[in-house]
Design a binder for this molecule. Structure first.
Ligand SMILES: [Cu+2]
Length: 201
């Protein structure tokens, strides 16, 4: 009998919610299912900021462009790169806005926030590296066209994640090899073959 009563309560709860007149809020203090859902779509940053990073290769030549657009949950990055070796390439956000070739070490390590030890890799269970991004793929002519999205970084002045337009700027770096998204410190992605300083606008 108790089981039957429980079942009827569970069925009744959604029906009651559906029968609420428009403009009112269904309330229930009996069913956990009626608790407010986590605010998955709560705005995390002001939208509209944009930035651009002209890409250069290790010889100082043009290697395309990366364009950044701030959304409410993160940043969309459009990458149009040329002169790459065909195949997959790791790509990351680096912590300093300078791209001195040929090795682009001036771009520093990956962007990050806080004092925690950085663990790289989008597929690493301990991942906390704000510079991580999905790989891009270059075609047989060495061209890569992609859009990637990150919730770990922002152009907006406030919000979660690393601020790309901070005092010392940031850079986007394309690596020679694909990122395995797991191993330290950069997923085995190898040399830095293209780099762009991220500038507002
Ligand atoms: Cu990198």
């Amino acid at each position: 009998m108790r089981a039957v009563l429980l079942a009827s309560v569970l069925i009744a709860a959604p029906l009651a919610a559906c029968s609420q007149p428009e403009g009112t809020t269904a309330t229930s203090d009996t069913s956990p299912a009626a608790a407010p859902a986590p605010a998955l779509t709560a705005q995390r940053a002001d939208v509209g900021s944009t930035a651009t990073a002209p890409l250069t290769n290790g010889e100082g030549g043009q290697a395309g462009t990366a364009s950044f657009s701030q959304g409410p949950q993160g940043v969309v990055i459009r990458i149009e790169a040329t002169g790459l070796t065909p195949g997959w390439h790791g790509i990351h956000l680096h912590e300093t806005g300078t791209c001195d070739g040929p090795g682009f070490q001036s771009a520093g390590s990956h962007v990050h926030g806080g004092d925690a030890e950085v663990v790289h890799g989008l597929l690493n269970a301990q991942q906390n590296d704000f510079g991580d991004l999905p790989n891009i793929h270059a075609d047989a002519q060495g061209r890569a066209y992609a859009e990637v999205f990150t919730t770990f970084a922002r152009l907006a002045d406030a919000g979660p994640g690393a601020h790309l337009l901070d005092a010392d700027g940031s850079a986007i770096v394309i690596h020679a090899q694909p990122d395995d998204h797991n191993s330290q410190p950069i997923g085995g992605s190898g040399d830095r073959v293209a780099c762009g300083v991220i500038a507002a606008g």
